[in-house]
Design a protein around this ligand. Structure first.
Ligand code: GLA
Length: 410
């Protein structure tokens, strides 16, 4: 089992000087990947999610420059990329007079997270300063654990801390800026779940997120009583790939039909199964299934929050299993590998429940298990997975972690 407690910041501080002519970073900013325990594809339907930040992170080591340039280095891409900041960002000049914000790059996709975050921070009124930034991450890419949001939030935090550490910005606003960077610069139509989790989550808690007003309630989570395990199918998930956007549109279409009959319905979050049934003959079968998933999933999240408060982990586990079946049958975002993983876990002694997490089409399965059963479950499931697909599935024991922090040099 991979135990992640990141040692990245220390390593990065050492490597920074090799890339930036002996310069030392002023600090390292860190932001976590996330796992949602329940609430799949509810965020862009203004619904509910229970999620946690995990102890895998994207980190950005940062130092000031004396010019108007942001230089990014990605350890993963082994590449440097520079762009210029608007000359008068953060001044009271109208935006059009401040100078052009960095545009998305056509040939360096990874750098677009940095370009987008910088552009929207400038628009928000921050005088973003020139910086040398060194990026490294141990959030697996394409595993449904939100490696992109971890990167955006960590970059944003680094730019803010370097430019104006006492700058006041609401957590919700910061999450929206990072989401916008991903939507527009990385062309990925994600919701707000990943970014708000990284910005607001705290150690030993899960968050109950209401995606209508983007408000967050912290719920204590005792990892000694119950372990969160993540099984990475190693089948790559990609939310810019088309199917995610298609699901969003199908939800909007179904919602529009329901809203014609029930004007109080602004998003699928406001609908219930009876409303959906009453317009069934005006929807195609796919729209009906998609809306059915979202309506059922929102109800399950609220029931799960109650179960957590009552410490009823068995019930929470059953709700997770139902969530997986709904993602598989109604939302149709699972695949053979993630179905297999979930089924293997359901059959294991000491497992409370398991479901596909993140965007789907591969990625990871999250499970809740009794702590003393974790090692055996990991071993058995890995073996069964290898036998069936000839693939090694990475297994993480995840503790709810602080979503983001600035680490000053020791
Ligand atoms: C991806 C998106 C999120 C959310 C999840 C599914 O992770 O980035 O906004 O929609 O899928 O719940």
């Amino acid at each position: 089992m991979v135990d992640n407690r990141s040692s990245l910041p220390k390593k990065m501080s050492m490597n920074f000087g090799k890339i930036y002519a002996g310069q030392k970073p002023a600090f390292v900013s860190r932001a976590s990947g996330r796992v949602e325990l329940i609430g799949g594809h509810t965020d862009y339907n203004e619904g509910f999610v229970i999620a946690a930040a995990i102890d895998s992170s994207a980190c950005v080591a940062a130092a000031k420059r004396n010019d108007n340039i942001i230089c990014l280095y990605s350890e993963w891409a082994r590449q440097k990329h520079e762009f210029e900041l608007p000359a008068f960002a953060g001044t009271s000049l109208p935006l059009r007079k401040q100078g052009p914000a960095p545009e998305p790059s056509q040939d360096c996709q990874w750098a677009n997270y940095g370009r987008g975050v910088a552009a929207y921070l400038c628009r928000e009124g921050l005088d973003v300063k020139g910086a040398n930034l060194y990026i490294a991450s141990d959030v697996p890419v394409g595993a449904g654990l939100s490696s992109s949001a971890a990167l955006e939030v960590s970059l944003a935090k680094a730019m803010i801390h370097l430019s104006k550490p006492d700058w006041q910005i609401q957590p919700k606003r910061l999450a929206q800026i990072c989401q916008k960077a991903e939507n527009v610069y990385a062309k990925s139509p994600c919701g707000i779940l990943d970014q708000i989790t990284a910005v607001t989550a705290t150690k030993d808690h899960v968050i109950l997120l209401d995606c209508r007003d983007v408000s967050v309630r912290l719920l204590p989570f005792d990892s000694n009583a119950c372990s969160i395990m993540i099984f990475n199918s190693m089948v790559k998930h990609e939310i810019g790939g088309g199917e995610y956007g298609k699901r969003r549109r199908q939800c909007e279409e179904a919602c529009a039909v329901i809203a014609e009959k029930y004007p109080q319905v602004r998003a699928l979050r406001d609908a219930d199964q009876a409303m959906l049934d009453s317009v069934k003959n005006q929807l195609d079968n796919v729209q009906f299934l998609r809306a059915g998933h979202v309506i059922g999933e929102n109800a399950r999240v609220l029931a799960a929050a109650e179960a957590l408060k009552q410490n009823d982990i068995e019930k929470l586990g059953r709700l997770m299993n139902e969530s997986h079946c709904s993602a598989r049958d109604l939302y149709q975002i699972s695949c053979e590998q993630t179905d297999f993983l979930a089924e293997q876990i359901w059959q294991s002694d000491g497992a409370y429940g398991a479901r596909l997490c993140g965007g789907g089409f591969g990625g990871s399965v999250v499970a809740l298990v009794q702590p003393d059963a974790a090692a055996k479950i990991s071993k058995n499931v890995r073996k069964a997975y290898k036998d069936r697909f000839d693939l090694d599935c990475d297994v993480y024991l995840a503790k709810p972690w602080q979503g983001t922090e600035i680490i000053e040099p020791a």
